[in-house]
Design a protein around this ligand. Structure first.
Ligand code: NAD
Ligand code: UD1
Length: 306
């Protein structure tokens, strides 16, 4: 099996590449290295074909797609605030790039496209678990881009007979999540600041909640989606189904890494969602998905460097 992983030098993509290589796949990575790093692929460098290029450029996608059986489309500008700062640029990557991947896959006769969508599509909720049938209420350019891209992915199945799956990841964490920008995932930022003896900042009162899911579980969901018999535009949540407040998250990490009892607080971030929690019944039924790593164990593994 030959698999293309777009965004394969990034946090989630590189863990997926490791798993595909371990399963015996021939793997091609297309990545522009805007946030990804070649170091993330160091362990498999001799077994992966790496192409530096953009999903926003059709010729780059076609080159990477040649001869592939399936595609795991992870490449995107993954930060909500980054899309608020530059919505036109991120539109062409997050939406235009997905359309390029679908059209290139269709032209190449690919058997399966698995797309990294996001819990952000749901928008504001009352804190109850999100079900896929709920009406999405995106509230940032990022969420609009992911939702529109997801619609393309879903529609390409019945329209063109291209088997697709869209996985709505909740808040993924684990090793290799890059903490180096203010746009990075909160766990990587908190851990990095605590390690350097700096006080982390919570935007808002810390009562906002997220469903944090360990990267290994997200990889398992992708592998299951990539192996489904006849997916036809399946859309499903990938989280743990467990809610953690930012204050509780900070408490966990400060206990593991040492740090002040309370972090700094700043105003709520624009475009932020208050609560985000997954109902994972569809993933359980359709993919046999069951999260295996608790938040506490995942944080401990992250801190231990593994
Ligand atoms: P990441 O930034 O580590 O990975 C994204 C990768 O895509 C990077 O390697 C980056 O260099 C690459 N990339 C960006 N623009 C590109 C372009 N134009 N062409 C080619 N490559 C490009 O982020 P991640 O957390 O690993 O996210 C992976 C995917 O999962 C993204 O689609 C993201 O939107 C989605 N997602 C992530 C989370 C999360 O909590 N991390 C949650 C929901 C969805
Ligand atoms: C994250 C992902 C996004 C994904 C979504 C799915 C990243 C960078 N973003 O968005 O790709 O689609 O989950 O649910 O991986 N916060 C602080 N202090 C900080 C940084 C963040 O308090 O220093 C807060 C934010 O205001 C927010 C929460 O932490 O309330 C989570 O923020 P972040 O990690 O950026 O993730 P999301 O915006 O939820």
């Amino acid at each position: 099996m030959k698999s293309l992983v777009t965004g394969g030098a990034g946090f989630i993509g590189s863990h997926l590449v490791d798993a595909l290589v371990a399963a015996g796949d021939t793997v091609v990575v297309l990545d522009d290295l805007s946030t990804g790093r070649l170091a993330n692929l160091a362990g498999v460098a001799d077994r992966v074909t790496f192409l530096r290029g953009s999903v926003a450029v059709r010729a780059d996608v076609d080159q990477a797609m040649a001869g592939c059986d399936r595609v795991f489309h992870q490449a995107a500008v993954a930060s909500v605030p980054a899309t608020i700062d530059a919505p036109v640029d991120t539109h062409f990557v997050n939406l235009g790039g997905t359309l390029n991947v679908l059209e290139s896959a269709r032209a190449a006769g690919v058997q399966r496209v698995v797309f990294a969508s996001s819990a952000a599509v749901y928008g504001e909720t009352d804190g109850t678990a999100c079900v896929e049938a709920a009406t999405p209420r995106p509230q940032s350019p990022y969420a609009v881009e992911k939702l529109a891209a997801e619609h393309y992915v879903r529609v390409w199945a019945p329209l063109y007979g291209l088997p697709t799956v869209a996985l709505r990841y909740f808040n993924v964490f684990g090793p290799r999540q890059d903490p180096s920008s203010p746009y990075s995932g909160v766990i990587s930022i908190f851990a990095d600041r605590l390690r350097r003896g700096l006080v982390p900042t919570i935007f808002g009162d810390g009562g906002q909640t997220r469903d944090f899911v360990y990267v290994a579980d997200v990889v398992r969901a992708n592998l299951a989606a990539g192996a489904l018999d006849a997916p036809s535009g399946l859309v499903c949540n990938v989280g743990r189904g467990e809610s953690t407040s930012l204050n509780a998250l900070y408490g966990h990490l400060a206990a593991l890494l040492g740090g002040p009892a309370t972090p700094g607080y700043q105003p709520v971030r624009a475009g932020d969602i208050r609560h985000s929690l997954a109902d994972i019944s569809v993933a359980r039924a359709a993919l046999g998905y069951a999260p295996t790593v608790s938040v506490a164990d995942g944080l401990a593994a992250l801190v231990a460097g593994g």
